[in-house]
Design a protein around this ligand. Structure first.
Ligand SMILES: [Fe+2]
Length: 129
């Protein structure tokens, strides 16, 4: 277990890349706690911190999206992915399924960064064309 930051995950947007690196570190901290069989209060505290950081991070990305043309298909899909992720994360956290939450997080975040966040960076570079 454990995510490793890779150069292919870079979007070229410094604020976003720094936040992604922080997210990877926070996910790995949760993974370590799961492996160490920390009690559920400790796991929930880590998951809660992660949750708050994710909301902040999605806010950063969605502010950048607001510079793209209205009705952009990318923006609609990207925001929808964020909302679904936040909802699923909340569901898993409430049910105390921390192992499942962790694998969902690890898989989702890498796929989302590589595909959707990199597509956002490209759109921003092209001015939404
Ligand atoms: Fe995103």
């Amino acid at each position: 277990m454990g995510l490793v930051w890779r150069a292919e995950m870079a979007t070229g947007i410094r604020a976003v890349d720094l936040q992604h690196e922080e997210l990877v570190a926070m996910i790995n901290a949760l993974a370590e706690a799961v492996v160490a069989q920390a009690d559920s209060a400790a796991l929930d505290a880590l998951a809660q911190r992660l949750d708050a950081y994710i909301v902040f991070h999605f806010g950063t990305e969605e502010n950048l999206m607001s510079t793209l043309p209205r009705g952009s298909e990318h923006v609609t899909l990207h925001r929808q992915q964020h909302r679904e992720f936040v909802a699923e994360l909340a569901r898993l956290r409430q049910s105390g399924a921390f192992r499942e939450l962790l694998s969902y997080l690890e898989n989702w975040i890498v796929a989302h960064i590589m595909k959707t966040d990199r597509a956002l960076a490209l759109q921003l570079r092209q001015g939404g064309r």
